[in-house]
Design a protein around this ligand. Structure first.
Ligand code: ATP
Ligand code: MG
Length: 240
C-alpha cells in the first residue's frame, strides 16, 4: 500500500502540488492523467524522493519515506521507476544493463544477477536480445529493457512516467502490453500516461490532476466514462 497524504511541493514561489491525497492499495493500478504542467511528474518524483516534498507524507508498505530518520536509499530500492527516457548504459549489453544495479546496490553475486536479469528479459519478451547493445534495439525494446531492469530489483511499487510518449506509435503497443501483463500479475503500479485506452482497460482507479490538485479520483468508467467536473470533461475532449 502506498499512502500519499497532504503532499505539497513548491519550487521557490511556484506552488506545484497543493495538497495531494490518495492511496494505492497493494496490487492496484492507478493511472494519473492531466494537462501538461499540472504536476504529474513532480508527484511521481516526490513519491520516490527524487524531489523533496515541501510538506506532507509518503508511506510505502508502512515505511514513511518522508521521515527524516528513514534510510532513504534502502527505502527507495523497493521502488521501480520507468521514465520517458530509458537511460540505458550504451557501452553495456542488455543483460549487463540489468545486472549492474543488482550487483552494486543489492550486492547480488554475478551469476545470480545474470539469472534474474534473464528471467526478467524473458518476462518482457526480449531474452534473445540479452547480448545486444542498446543502440541495436528499437525504442520500444529499449523501454522494455528499462522495465526489466526495474523489475530485477524486486520492487514493491512500480512508478511509470509517460513510458510510451517518446516512442514511435507502432512501438507503443508492445510496451503497454508488458505493462498490462505486469498489472495482471499483481504488481502495484502508479502510472502517469496519456494512453486513455490503457487507463480505461487496465487501471483500477484514474486520478485526474489539474494545477496541482486532484480534481477527480475514481474507477475509469467514472473518471473517463462519466466525468463529474467540467475541467475533466474539457481535458478529455482534447485527448480522446
Ligand atoms: P507534462 O505532462 O508536460 O509532463 P507534468 O504534469 O508532468 O507535465 P510537471 O513536470 O510536474 O508537470 O511540472 C509542473 C510544474 O512544475 C511546471 O510548471 C514546471 O515548470 C514546474 N517544475 C517542475 N520541475 C521543476 C523544477 N525542478 N524547478 C522549477 N520548476 C519546476
Ligand atoms: Mg511530466
Amino acid at each position: 500500500t502506498v499512502e500519499i497524504k497532504d503532499l505539497h511541493k513548491s519550487f521557490g514561489s511556484l506552488e506545484v502540488l497543493k495538497g495531494i491525497d490518495f492511496t494505492v492499495e497493494t496490487g492496484q493500478v492507478v493511472c494519473v492523467i492531466g494537462p501538461s504542467g499540472s504536476g504529474k511528474s513532480t508527484l511521481l518524483r516526490c513519491v520516490n524522493l527524487l524531489e523533496q516534498p515541501t510538506s506532507g507524507r509518503v508511506v510505502v508498505e508502512g515505511i514513511e519515506l518522508t521521515d527524516p530518520d528513514v534510510d532513504i536509499d534502502a527505502a527507495r530500492r523497493r521502488l521501480g521507476m520507468v521514465f520517458q527516457q530509458f537511460n540505458l548504459f550504451p557501452h553495456l549489453t542488455v543483460v549487463r544493463n540489468i545486472m549492474i544495479a543488482q550487483e552494486r546496490v543489492l550486492k547480488r553475486k554475478r551469476a545470480e544477477a545474470e539469472r534474474i536479469a534473464r528471467e526478467n528479459l524473458e518476462k518482457v519478451g526480449l531474452l534473445e536480445k540479452a547480448d545486444a547493445y542498446p543502440a541495436q534495439l528499437s525504442g520500444g525494446q529499449q523501454q522494455r529493457v528499462a522495465i526489466a531492469r526495474a523489475l530485477a530489483m524486486n520492487p514493491t511499487l512500480m512508478l511509470f512516467d509517460e513510458p510510451t510518449s517518446a516512442l514511435d506509435p507502432e512501438l507503443v503497443g508492445d510496451v503497454l502490453g508488458v505493462m498490462r501483463q505486469l498489472a495482471e500479475d499483481g504488481m502495484t503500479m502508479l502510472v502517469v500516461t496519456h494512453e486513455m485506452a490503457f487507463a480505461r482497460e487496465v487501471a483500477d482507479r484514474v486520478v485526474f490532476m489539474d494545477q496541482g490538485v486532484i480534481v477527480e479520483d475514481g474507477p475509469p468508467q467514472q473518471v473517463i466514462g462519466d466525468p463529474q467536473h467540467e475541467r475533466t470533461r474539457e481535458f478529455l475532449r482534447r485527448v480522446l
